[in-house]
Design a protein around this ligand. Structure first.
Ligand code: OSB
Ligand code: MG
Length: 371
């Protein structure tokens, strides 16, 4: 397939609620939508869903746009690629910037899906017809508010509830949630806000709450700290921010740092890397699940297909667009069924109808890179 043009758009999504995490508050959203055009008339869509400020990882929506426009698009436009591996090789000189690379790579997967008349599920080797999903509760000003948020998620039938925690916003909340909802599948996510040297005792106290997992207690570069903690608590440790690549997953396996890995395709630089980490984890009896970064229906299409793989064994983070945003960028957004699951689409291509009108209306900046 010969790429004739790359179109990059910054799309601003009005939010319906803000979301507080251990790394900061998300109350504004810009996502980057990338379109690849071929000489045969195909158009592939991808999404880079970074935060506006560099608070989750080093990337921002601005950096994704910048890196795609100046360093990725010029290296792929005007060239022929038949496989995703070849496509990715063309910009393998770019260091870091996984979220920027993901939007590009996903747009190319979308082209392949159209060319080969296959669904994303088929391309990624998915095996499930539906995937269970959970929803997250942000850190809130009061424990009472947290209980209200948890109740809403339980009532809506989600497969598990994940509560965001941070130092000083933990034991009281967990006691209250467990007292009110003794049996619900419950996990917690610290987004790296604790420190091994300071907080081990508090984290050990989490064992009393029967948590499905404790996600990323320590900083992303502290895989060793997670390995030490793993030996001292019963609650399974899940790594999220620490795993930015297949090599990081090798490190975590080698140090026995976790029992679970949250794979966010954006965080690890795309679907090929996600699949490689999924497979490595399976060989070492580590379960994975698909996280989210507040993608619209475009980015979620790739995540849902990935989440249908066999070793994705826990509910995905896949809140419907309406949890965060006023509108979606696809016309036929997924729904969470009464059983807490989303159907995995098998339609060839993306599986969803892109809403070009919404994209156009919400675009605040656009560039076209041509050969
Ligand atoms: O902490 O998982 C996170 C969004 C952007 C960056 C980091 C995170 C998030 C979310 C979104 O929590 C959850 C979702 O996509 O449903
Ligand atoms: Mg997380």
């Amino acid at each position: 397939m010969r790429l004739t043009k790359v179109e990059i758009r910054r799309v601003v999504l009005p939010m319906v609620r803000s979301f507080e995490t251990g790394f900061g508050t998300i109350d504004e959203k810009e996502t980057i939508i990338t379109k690849l055009y071929t000489s045969d008339g195909l158009v592939g869509y991808g999404e880079s869903s970074a935060t506006i400020a560099p608070i989750y990882n080093h990337e921002t929506s601005y950096s994704c746009f910048y890196v795609q426009e100046n360093y990725i698009a010029p290296q792929v436009v005007g060239k022929n690629f038949e496989t995703v591996e070849d496509f990715k090789d063309a910009y393998s000189n770019i260091v870091g910037h996984p979220i920027a690379r993901t939007g590009m790579e996903c747009a190319f997967w979308h082209l392949i899906a159209q060319r080969d008349n296959k669904s994303l599920k088929q391309l990624f080797g998915g095996v499930k017809d539906e995937i269970p999903v959970g929803e997250g509760v942000g850190i809130s000003a009061s424990t009472k508010q947290t209980l209200t948020d948890v109740k809403r998620i339980v009532d809506a039938g989600y497969s598990r509830v994940k509560v965001k925690i941070a130092p000083g916003r933990d034991l009281e909340i967990l006691h209250a949630v467990r007292a009110r909802f003794p049996g619900i599948p419950l996990t917690v996510d610290a987004n790296g806000s604790y420190r091994y040297d300071r907080d081990v005792e508090i984290l050990r106290a989490f064992d009393q709450f029967n948590l499905g997992m404790l996600e990323q207690p320590f900083a992303s570069d502290d895989i060793c700290g997670h390995a030490r903690l793993h030996r001292q608590i019963k609650t399974p440790i899940c790594l999220d921010e620490s795993i930015e690549s297949l090599n990081d997953a090798h490190t975590a396996v080698g140090l026995d740092a976790c029992q679970v890995i949250n794979i966010k395709p954006g965080r690890v630089g795309g679907m090929l890397e996600s699949i490689a980490i999924h497979d490595l984890a399976a060989q070492h009896d580590i379960s994975v699940w698909c996280g989210g970064m507040g993608e619209t229906g475009i980015g979620r299409a790739f995540n849902i297909a990935f989440a249908s793989k066999a070793n994705c064994r826990y509910p995905a983070d896949m809140s419907p667009y309406s949890f965060f945003y006023k509108e979606d960028l696809v016309e036929d957004s997924f729904v969470v069924k009464d059983n807490g699951c989303i159907d995995v689409r098998t339609t060839p291509g993306l599986g969803y109808r892109v809403n070009d009108k919404s994209i156009e209306a919400l675009t605040t900046k656009k560039v076209i890179v041509k050969s």
